[in-house]
Design a protein around this ligand. Structure first.
Ligand code: HEM
Length: 330
């Protein structure tokens, strides 16, 4: 089976500065202007109606995009289903299974795009636009995204199992971002997406009852939030999948309240909280909590212009069914 090239930081820099537009990704802000002029409108309508039906879907689409891009670049491989024993996709990876949502929204948009512009638009570009539209609909400013991503023909469950976990140390998380050509600042900025969406109790419960094996709650967790969380997520297995907002102040709004929460010891995940206490990241948290514009600006630039970071060198434009059936021949 064909291997996708894995980006190393130095390769990344080389391509980003010198060759990205020419050879590697050939991305362009106006990529579909003539071949599929209605694309953005179709995606926006699809995302808008999904969110109208389920507010949380905005967050789920942003996360779906991140979980795709963090594993071998943005290539829509996260959308591929397992096929019996012949093809193993990423949907069943640790951080994705029973957690990542929004696949069916992308499938539906893709079907509508196919009707308007058959065999033209990659699934990756649809996913990229859907994440941008979702964030914008719930309050993020609009950023331009370069398009023309190719869809991968393989998936990598092993790499998907290594997506950052809330139980990991900041050192580990930073190392994982570094391996993608992203730095500590990017960890802080991209984690700001936790200003929307929900987490299951099991992802932070250790902070509520037995922090670090102490038999006590995390002393850093703000007292009234702790009390509320202990009620919603009691120390028993059947509360593990109960959902709690990542940002309890403005749950469905893409703003900088995530950072204000961190400063007020009200971050939910341990991996979020640590950003406000570690001396490599605390000053950034403080400035994003005070100056929302700084956060937005950096968030757009990682996802927009610098989105080239996320490129994959997949082999062709894809149709999910076609891609899926190609797995059988690979
Ligand atoms: C830095 C390391 C990160 C860790 C450890 C992490 C971990 C998590 C966890 C544990 C959840 C809850 C999942 C569940 O309970 O099923 C979650 C949700 C979420 N994450 Fe992250 N995440 C990280 C970075 C990111 C990034 C970079 C983005 C996007 C740019 C992102 C976007 C989201 C969103 C929007 C949700 C809510 C999804 C929903 O409600 O469906 N996360 N994350």
């Amino acid at each position: 089976m064909e291997q996708k090239a894995f980006k190393r930081p130095f390769v990344n820099l080389f391509y980003v500065f010198f060759l990205s537009h020419l050879v590697f990704c050939q991305l362009d802000y106006r990529f579909y202007d003539s071949t599929c002029p209605s694309l953005t409108m179709i995606v926006r309508y699809g995302v808008w109606s999904a969110i109208a039906n389920d507010t949380r879907m905005a967050a789920s689409l942003v996360r779906l995009h991140f979980h795709d891009c963090f594993v071998n670049g943005c290539d829509a491989s996260i959308l591929l289903d397992d096929i019996d024993s012949t093809f193993v996709g990423e949907k069943t990876a640790r951080s994705n299974q029973n957690s990542v949502r929004g696949y069916e929204v992308i499938d539906k948009i893709k079907a509508n795009v196919e009707k308007a512009c058959p065999s033209t638009v990659s699934c990756t570009d649809i996913l990229t636009l859907a994440a941008r539209e979702a964030a914008n609909i719930v309050g993020a400013s609009y950023w331009m995204v370069p398009l023309g991503h190719r869809d991968g023909r393989t998936a990598n469950k092993t790499a998907a199992n290594e997506l950052p976990s809330p139980f990991e140390s900041l050192d580990n998380i930073i190392a994982k971002f570094n391996a993608k050509g992203l730095d500590t600042k990017d960890v802080v900025v991209l984690s700001g997406a936790h200003t929307i969406g929900f987490a299951q109790c099991f992802t932070f419960k250790q902070r509520l009852f037995n922090f670090g094996g102490s038999g006590k709650p995390d002393p850093d967790l703000e007292a009234s939030l702790l009390k509320g969380l202990q009620t919603v997520c009691p120390d028993q297995v059947d509360s593990d999948t109960t959902l709690v907002p990542l940002d309890s102040v403005t749950t469905n709004r893409f703003d900088n309240s995530y950072y204000r929460n961190l400063v007020n010891s009200s971050g939910l995940l341990q991996s979020d909280h640590v950003l406000s206490t570690d001396n490599r990241t605390a000053s950034m948290v403080l400035s994003y909590s005070r100056y929302p514009y700084l956060f937005f600006k950096r968030f757009w630039s990682i996802n927009g212009e610098d989105g080239q970071h996320w490129c994959s060198n997949g082999t062709r434009w894809g149709d999910k069914e076609e891609l899926q059936s190609s797995q059988l021949d690979a």
